[in-house]
Design a protein around this ligand. Structure first.
Ligand code: ADP
Length: 483
């Protein structure tokens, strides 16, 4: 399939118009599977962002006062447009992000489902009435859109991270300025095309792409008309945005890094645990914030578990995500590759044993790292503390449930965690004590549109998905009425 030329060399989307950046500058976008130029994107400046905020601010009064049904129907049309272009979206995702096409299809589908979900949720922004404190008092509690939203998204899910923010924002009556990741601007601007074709009113959804996120981010932070920032990305940038938002007490939701532990108990179904670990660890080549990062196995089954896992990991097919049968694609760039290699090196230097993989793959120009299993891993190794974002599965052991929970919670992060066990009492006991926003029990892929995705501790705050996703974009107001 060829991708439409307008998708490979797209324009900014501001106030319902497609246009070059004011400076006329563009920057190249690479395919991480071969290092070749895929297309180019406009390199927006702070001025372009200001124009996008102008457009979103101007569109807000009309959009926020449109009926819930009108907003719902507009989102529904956008959803249908996404579904009818699902295959092109999947190709776009694989081309600029690298994940295998089957995974990209899954992402395009769930990305569309977020829009369908929030098209429905738009009609359920219910208020409450509360008994007054005095005989002549009546209290009405209403929920209203926050205003203009700045959305900043990462490269690892170039479509679904966008819709998971913009759909609930628009459903709530907010208008949006989106700044997608510099590595994956094309998918975001393809979504802009589909939104425009669906008849979303001018200015309600704006997309500005830029090679350097700093000036764009600065404009979103400094402009008081942007009332809320919704960010998914690294903890470092999240902390920066939090500090800088303080100046205007901007509302924030942050979905940051993770360091997911996976607890495999002796009473687990071993086959299920092995295939679950592979599904969680090697999805998107390990580049998701909920990919498992540490495997904690009960000592009595450590040997058979590690053997089975190593055999299965050694069989994984690595390559260009466009090739059929490929299970693990490239990493996003050289920097990502170097970080993974450094973590493996550090672990080995401190006594870890490479059971399979362990090095970068010499494939022409692509950023490929061999799927890796590390044994004898200890808590002092960097891989046990820092997010890996790569296809490396480090295994360590435990003897007691309490020890497993203590090890699992011994991190600054708190996004996803996983438990493999067939003992229902244990599963509940452990789930309640894990300091994480998400616990996948015998379930390596817990993300669905219905559920509240998000973390605790340094993994951030705010939830995306389900009816909770609307809360990020709504303010509560009460009207006290004296009769
Ligand atoms: P990653 O390490 O996954 O690339 P980042 O946190 O650097 O994570 O990037 C996530 C998103 O945050 C991207 O859209 C990126 O452009 C954006 N970003 C990075 N630095 C800044 C900044 N100073 N201001 C605003 N956005 C930023």
């Amino acid at each position: 399939m060829g991708l439409p030329g307008a998708w490979l060399h797209p324009l900014l989307y501001i106030g319902g118009q497609f246009a070059e950046a004011e400076t006329g500058r563009r920057y190249p976008v690479q395919n991480p599977a071969n290092g070749e130029a895929l297309g180019s994107a406009p390199d927006a400046s702070a001025d372009d962002v200001r124009r996008a905020i102008d457009a979103a601010y101007e569109a807000f009064p009309t959009w926020s006062r449109a009926t819930a049904l009108e907003r719902s129907q507009a989102l529904r049309r956008f959803y249908e447009n996404m579904v009818s272009h699902r295959e092109e979206l999947a190709w776009m995702i694989t081309s600029e992000e690298g994940k295998p096409l089957a995974e990209a299809r899954g992402e395009a589908q769930i990305g569309a489902e977020y829009v369908a979900w929030y098209a429905e949720e738009a009609r359920r922004v219910y208020g409450e009435t509360v008994p007054g404190a005095r005989p002549d008092q009546r209290i009405l509690v209403i929920r209203q859109p926050v205003g203009v939203v700045g959305a900043i998204t990462p490269w690892n899910f170039p479509v679904s991270m966008v819709t998971r923010k913009m759909a609930p924002a628009l459903a709530s009556g907010c208008t949006v300025v989106l700044k997608p990741a510099e590595h994956t601007p094309l998918s975001a601007l393809a979504l802009a095309r589909l939104a425009e074709a669906a008849g979303l009113p001018a200015g309600v959804f704006n997309v500005v792409t830029a090679q350097d996120p700093v000036p764009v981010g600065r404009q979103l932070l400094d402009d008081p008309r942007v009332r809320k920032l919704s960010f998914t990305g690294s903890t470092t940038v999240g902390k920066y945005l939090m500090r800088e938002s303080a100046a205007q007490v901007k509302k924030l939701s942050l979905e940051l890094g993770g360091h997911a532990p996976t607890l495999v108990f002796a009473d687990a179904d071993l086959e299920q645990a092995v295939s679950g670990v592979i599904a969680s660890k090697f999805r998107n080549a390990g580049q998701t914030c909920i990919c498992l990062n540490r495997i904690l196995v009960e000592e009595s089954i450590a040997e058979p578990f590690s053997e089975k896992l190593t055999q299965a990991v050694a069989r994984l097919k690595v390559g260009d995500g466009m090739e059929s049968g490929v299970e693990v694609g490239p990493l996003i760039n050289e920097e990502g590759l170097a970080k993974v290699a450094a973590q493996v090196e550090d672990a080995v230097a401190r006594g870890a044993v490479v059971a399979c993989g362990g090095q970068r793959l010499a494939q022409a120009h692509g950023n490929f790292f061999a799927p890796t299993v590390l044994l004898n891993v200890r808590p002092d190794m960097a891989i046990m503390r820092e997010e890996t974002f790569g296809p490396v599965a480090p295994i360590t052991t435990f003897r007691e449930e309490d020890e497993a929970i203590a090890l699992a919670n011994d991190t600054l992060y708190g996004l996803a965690s996983y438990v493999f066990s067939r003992d229902v009492s244990r599963v509940l006991r452990v789930s309640e004590r894990l300091e994480y926003g998400i616990v996948g029990v015998n379930d390596p892929i817990p993300t669905v549109v219905e559920a509240p995705f998000g973390g605790v501790k340094e993994s951030g705050f705010g939830r995306e998905g389900g009816h909770w996703g609307m809360d990020n974009f709504l303010e509560v107001k009460y009207i006290s009425l004296r009769i």
